[in-house]
Design a protein around this ligand. Sequence first.
Ligand SMILES: Cc1cc2nc3c(=O)[nH]c(=O)nc-3n(C[C@H](O)[C@H](O)[C@H](O)COP(=O)(O)OP(=O)(O)OC[C@H]3O[C@@H](n4cnc5c(N)ncnc54)[C@H](O)[C@@H]3O)c2cc1C
Length: 279
Amino acid sequence: MRVVVSEQQLGKTGEPTLNDVSEAVVAVFGTDYGMHSPTWITRFTDVTRQAASYREGRVLLAGDSAHIHSPIGGQGLGIGVQDAVNLGWKLAQVVKGTSPESLLDTYQAERHPVAARVLRNTMAQTALIPTTDRVEALRDTMSELPSVAEPRKRIAGMMSGLDIHYDLGEGHPLLGRRVPDLDLATEDGQVRVFTLLHDARPVLLNLGGPSAFDVTPWADRIQLINAKYADVGELPVLGEVTAPTAVLIRPDGHVAWTGELTAPALPAALTTWFGPPAS
Ligand SMILES: Cc1cc2nc3c(=O)[nH]c(=O)nc-3n(C[C@H](O)[C@H](O)[C@H](O)COP(=O)(O)OP(=O)(O)OC[C@H]3O[C@@H](n4cnc5c(N)ncnc54)[C@H](O)[C@@H]3O)c2cc1C
């Protein structure tokens, strides 16, 4: 059983007790139904705030230190972990001297808008909670929307975070998005894309057959995988997408570049994201 009760006064401090919950339930139902042995009691609010800057010199913010909001919709932990995964590899490269400090600026550029949007959608959801005639009418109206495919996909993409799209410029629909977990056939057998990311290293995925691209100058950082795929299928939010010939995947699973392995933009993208070629 889980019970959520509202307190009339904001600002209580200290740990809430079973007695506090019991009194609140009795106030509504006249009984606490004999509740006992709680496994977890906590107090939270819908306070909604975001740090203006995620970085000040050597101090970087991620997770709830960067953004807090109502827990409604269960999005806080997910975006906090994504912050850390977005930042971790960039920080490692800057610390190791493979990339310039400016790489860290992409952390703020990519992650700040994501949390700002979650703050907005959680504020919108909390507006639907109060039990008044008008809010109930709004709640009924809103709950009709997911019965229609398009709003359902849009809302599901937003709540799950699968619609996150970093602005990495114009190009293939996958650019800046999380790479799909495709089934691949490689010379070492069947493998899924996400398995290739377990080493937290960038992956250059060649889906276009034999290629003369020489990855040697980046081979200390990047895995080049030659593979065939069965079908991209229908992706969340995007729908049906044709797979690009080659995909450069960052350690956080987002697509940094797509195109032909012969394109001059590939060495440029490798340098931008993973540092210059080794001499
Ligand atoms: C009731 C409730 C339900 C939730 N449900 C969900 C859900 O279903 N799904 C979801 O995704 N998210 C949910 N969240 C949000 C999620 O819990 C948070 O977003 C997430 O825990 C934040 O993780 P964090 O590591 O950034 O911060 P925290 O979990 O707050 O971790 C920070 C840690 O730092 C410690 N600390 C603080 N100050 C110091 C100090 N000076 N020195 C050393 N240590 C310190 C703290 O004790 C704490 O352990 C919920 C939140 C609440 C309140």
